[in-house]
Design a protein around this ligand. Sequence first.
Ligand SMILES: [Zn+2]
Length: 332
Amino acid sequence: MGVFTATLTGNQWQRRFLSFEEDASARPWQIPYLYRNGGQPGKKVTCIAAIHGDELNGVRMLHELAAVLEGAPLRGSLCLVPVANLMGYANHSRYLPDRRDLNRMFPGLRDGSEGARLAYHLWQQFIAESDYVIDVHSGSYNRWNFPHLRGNMKENAMRAWAAKLSGVIVLNSSGVAGSLRKEAGKAGKPVFLIEAGETGRFEKKIVMQGLVLLLKLLAALDLIDAHLLEEARAFLTTAVLPETPPGYYRKAVWQRATQSGLFIPNAAPGEHVRAGQLLGTITDLFGHKRAEIFSETDGFILGMHLHPQVVPGRALFHIAYDFRELQGEGTE
Ligand SMILES: [Zn+2]
């Protein structure tokens, strides 16, 4: 029995815990969630964050979303899971205590490893009955991501969802086996992943931009009225997103370090670049230039490596390219 079977309706959040197994001191893990059934027909949507336990911007985004929607009418049902990987979160870690990645274990196994069991419970309680899923992440390993969406744009339902989104950067990407995105997609549930900021931080601007993305995604599903988004935008003065028509980038490429040394960026996530444009330089320990990094494509910088010390092959800039508009387009 999942959370969406709750029949209590109303305009206030129910704040509850999902008990899961036990920690080493024999106390049950208590995974927090917020649930609302608006009492009107509509879709069932789950927003989930911190599947990687150190990706915290999404936690705050869901708190802000809950505050914005408090008391507001809702068509359908909405479940928010601010910290899915409570084990990793407790250790300030991306991973589970056994060093495995929860986001490779969906849909999980009832009698499997500790991570497979957690994935199973999350799946059964929140995902199995959801019509749509939003999964919030941040850049890992010294990476910073401009707030954007990732989803499998080969799916008609995903394209229909994305066609209602403007001012949003979307990258076509279906995810890897065992990830929530991939497995929920295989189960016929459209999933958008939000990538925003870096790990271990509450970045105010990122959180506000992520909140706008969440509101846009929910308004596109008709779960909330569009005017809520406009009202939110009025006070979210820091949440500026690019003016882009509905559409998506088909591909992305990593520009990598060609030499070791110290990396000095000359561009930033959120910027459009041209093929041949200087993205950054790498110096030696005397500060002398060793290499220049140029963009191999026209595109949009999604993400960037933050730590100055680099070695050959280190991924420096993640650049999306090959933009396709969705407005007025039929399904492929
Ligand atoms: Zn992640």
